[in-house]
Design a protein around this ligand. Structure first.
Ligand code: FCX
Length: 440
C-alpha cells in the first residue's frame, strides 16, 4: 500500500474475519463476573470494550499492537530515517502502526506527512471562532470548542445525510480523522498565540516537514531541534493507552452514536481536561511550583518527603502519581526520563532534576498509604519539565499538547469501530433500590 487509507482498507477485511470467527465460536463464553465493587468502582477491570490499537498491562505497561515503547523507538521510522533534523520516532509512524498493526516504511511515513501537511490549514471561520474566545478561557475549553466546530465540513456527516451504507462508514470516518489529526496542531498553535503571544498564529505549513516539525514552527519553537524532537517523542507516546481511559472511552462512546470524528474527539478533549486525567500534567507543574516556593529549589530529600506527606494530609492528590491500571512505573515516564538523561541541555535543568528526585521519594511516601494502589510516577510526572526546560512555561497549555496526541489513538479506534460495525454503547445502570432487590 502506498497510502495509509489503502493500508487500512487491506487490514479491515482480515479483522472482520477474525471478529466473525470469535463471535461464531465464543458468543456466550464468559469474560468474567460483574461484582458490586465493579459497578461502584468506576467499572475497573471489566472487559467490556473492543479496542484494537493498544493493550495496557498492569505490570508491563502499554503495548501498541504488541510493541512496547522501546520496541517502537527501535522499529518505527524516525526523524532521522526521513532525513529530518532530529532522531525521535515520528507520530505519523505511530498513527500508521495504530491503524494497521504494521510498521510503515520511511516512504509510507513521508507520504503520510505530506498528506497531513496538505490538510493542515484551518478554514477561516474556525480561525474567527478561536480569535473570538476570551484569553482567560482555559486553552482546553477553546481546543474542544474549535474541534467541535470543525465538524462543519465533516465528510462522515455529509455522507450519512446522503444515506451512505453501513459497510462504507469507515471510509469518510477515516477521511475526517486524517483531516482532524492534520488540523489539531494549527488549532493548538492559534490558541497558544492568542493566549500566550508565542508563535505567530498563522499556518505557514511546510509540505516537506513532518506534522510535529510544522507544529513546532507554528508554536514558535521551530529553531530548536531539541524541542521539536521532544514534542515528537511526547506526542508519539501519549497517543494511545488502550480504550478505557476517560478520553479514549469518551470518543468511543460518543462515536458509537455515529457522531462524526470532530464531535467525538471534541468530547474526548473535554474529558482529557479533567485534573485526574490529562490536566494532571498542568497540575504537576502547579504542585512543583508550590513546593519550590515552600522549600526552595535545592530542597533536600527530607524536605520533599515532608512536602509529600503534607500534600496527602491535606486531602489532595499528588499529581503525576498513581494509576487506575498500572502497578509499576509508567513506561511513558521512563521514556521521557531517558530522553532527559540523554540530552545534555536538559539533564541539569532544575525542574528536570526535581522530577527525578521526587520520582525516587514519592513512591516511598505514597507506598506507606494503605489505600493508594500504585505509588509510582505516571507520564504526567515527567512531561511538563521538558516543555518548561525548552521554554514552554505556560502550564495551562500542556494538556493541549496531550490533546494533539490523543487523537492518534482515539480516531483510529473510531475508524475500526465503524469498520467492524460495532453498535451504539448502552450499558445497564442500576439504582440503589434495584440493587437491593437483585442482591437480596
Ligand atoms: N495522591 C494521593 N492519593 C491518591 C493518589 C495520589 N497520587 N493516587 C490514588 N490516590 C488515592 C485515591 O484518591 C483514592 O482515595 P479515596 O479512596 O479516598 O478516594 C485511593 O488512593 C485509591 O485510589 P487508586 O485505586 O489507587 O487509584 P484510582 O484508580 O482510583 O485513581 C488516579 C487513579 C490516576 C485518578 C489517581 O491515582 C490519581 O488521582 N492520581 C493523581 C492524578 C494523576 O496523576 N492523574 C493522571 C493519570 C494518568 F496518567 C493520565 O490519565 O494521564
Amino acid at each position: 500500500a502506498s497510502t495509509l487509507k489503502e493500508a487500512v482498507a487491506e487490514a479491515i477485511p482480515k479483522k472482520q474475519e477474525r471478529l466473525k470467527a470469535l463471535k461464531a465460536k465464543h458468543s456466550n463464553t464468559s469474560l468474567g463476573d460483574i461484582k458490586l465493587d465493579n459497578l461502584l468502582g468506576g467499572m475497573r477491570g471489566l472487559k467490556v470494550m473492543l479496542w484494537e490499537g493498544s493493550v495496557l498491562d498492569a505490570e508491563r505497561g502499554i503495548a501498541f499492537h504488541g510493541k512496547s515503547i522501546p520496541d517502537c523507538e527501535k522499529e518505527l521510522p524516525s526523524a532521522k530515517d526521513l532525513g529530518l533534523k532530529g532522531k525521535e520516532m515520528l507520530p505519523e509512524s505511530m498513527l500508521w502502526l495504530l491503524l494497521t498493526g504494521e510498521v510503515p516504511t520511511a516512504d509510507q511515513v513521508r507520504g503520510l506527512s505530506a498528506e497531513l501537511a496538505s490538510k493542515g490549514k484551518l478554514p477561516s471561520y474556525v480561525e474567527k471562532i478561536i480569535d473570538s474566545f476570551p484569553k482567560t478561557l482555559h486553552p482546553m475549553t477553546q481546543f474542544a470548542a474549535a474541534t467541535a466546530a470543525l465538524n462543519h465540513d465533516s465528510a462522515f456527516s455529509a455522507a450519512y445525510t446522503k444515506g451512505i451504507k453501513k459497510a462504507e462508514y469507515w471510509s469518510p470516518t477515516f477521511d475526517d480523522s486524517i483531516d482532524l489529526i492534520a488540523k489539531l496542531p494549527a488549532v493548538a498553535a492559534r490558541i497558544y498565540y492568542n493566549v500566550h503571544g508565542k508563535g505567530d498564529g498563522k499556518q505557514a505549513i511546510d509540505p516537506n516537514l513532518d506534522l510535529i516539525g510544522n507544529f513546532s514552527n507554528m508554536l514558535g519553537y521551530g529553531d530548536s531541534v531539541g524541542m521539536t524532537d521532544f514534542l515528537r517523542l511526547y506526542i508519539a507516546i501519549h497517543g494511545d493507552h488502550e480504550g478505557g481511559n476517560v478520553s479514549a472511552h469518551t470518543s468511543h462512546l460518543v462515536g458509537s452514536a455515529l457522531s462524526d470524528p470532530f464531535l467525538s474527539y471534541s468530547a474526548a478533549l473535554l474529558g482529557l481536561a479533567g485534573p485526574l486525567h490529562g490536566l494532571a500534567n498542568q497540575e504537576v507543574l502547579v504542585w512543583f511550583k508550590g513546593m519550590q516556593e515552600s522549600i526552595g529549589q535545592e530542597a533536600s530529600d527530607q524536605q520533599i518527603e515532608k512536602y509529600l506527606e503534607d500534600t496527602l494530609a491535606s486531602g489532595r492528590v499528588v499529581p503525576g502519581y498513581g494509576h487506575a491500571v498500572l502497578r509499576q512505573p509508567d513506561p511513558r515516564f521512563s521514556a521521557l526520563s531517558r530522553f532527559y538523561e540523554q540530552t545534555p541541555e536538559l539533564r541539569d535543568q532544575p525542574l528536570v532534576k526535581m522530577v527525578q528526585q521526587v520520582s525516587k521519594i514519592a513512591p516511598v511516601v505514597l507506598g506507606r498509604s494503605n489505600k493508594i494502589k500504585n505509588p509510582f510516577p505516571n507520564v504526567d510526572a515527567a512531561s511538563g519539565a521538558g516543555l518548561t526546560a525548552y521554554g514552554m512555561t505556560e502550564m495551562n497549555f500542556y494538556t493541549v499538547v496531550f490533546g494533539v496526541s490523543r487523537a492518534l489513538g482515539a480516531l483510529p479506534n473510531l475508524v475500526m469501530a465503524r469498520a467492524l460495525g460495532l453498535p451504539i454503547e448502552r450499558p445497564k445502570s442500576m439504582s440503589i433500590e434495584a440493587l437491593e432487590k437483585s442482591l437480596k
